[in-house]
Design a protein. Structure first.
Length: 130
């Protein structure tokens, strides 16, 4: 039986990305994307809002591009798969986190002059695993 593990979402960066390197020297970054869901409450007509904070791991060229061109508040589209992993925190407590491993990403909107340059340089749009 085939299985599918595929996610797609678009949102804004919660903070500026930071480029890091794996032990083998390949670039990586972990970003958090804020995805906002808005609706009108039927009982009183008030606007409601929920923000989902999604941790995303990017590798190789994707990590470099995001760190070079994007800042907090910029909009990104991500396609990938969900993965959970266990770790031990600083207090020795075992915890579990669910993250998205990006397969493809596209910069949707950036701010400022650097963002304009990004749009020119990224004319083909989507970056897959490289």
């Amino acid at each position: 039986m085939p299985y599918i593990n595929k996610v797609e979402f678009m949102g804004n960066l919660a903070k500026d990305p930071e480029l890091r390197y794996m032990p083998d020297g390949s670039p990586t970054t972990k970003i958090t994307i804020a995805v906002v869901d808005k609706w009108t409450d039927k009982s009183n007509g008030e606007m409601k809002e929920h923000i989902e904070w999604i941790p995303v791991l990017l590798y190789k060229r994707q990590a470099e591009v995001v760190c070079q061109y994007m800042k907090k508040g910029d909009t990104i589209l991500v396609y990938g798969k969900q993965r959970s992993r266990r770790f031990v925190d600083g207090n020795g407590i075992e915890r579990q986190i669910t993250e998205v491993i990006a397969a493809e990403m596209q910069i949707i909107r950036t701010r400022g002059q650097q963002g304009e340059q990004a749009e020119q340089n990224l004319s083909n749009g989507i970056y897959g695993m490289m």
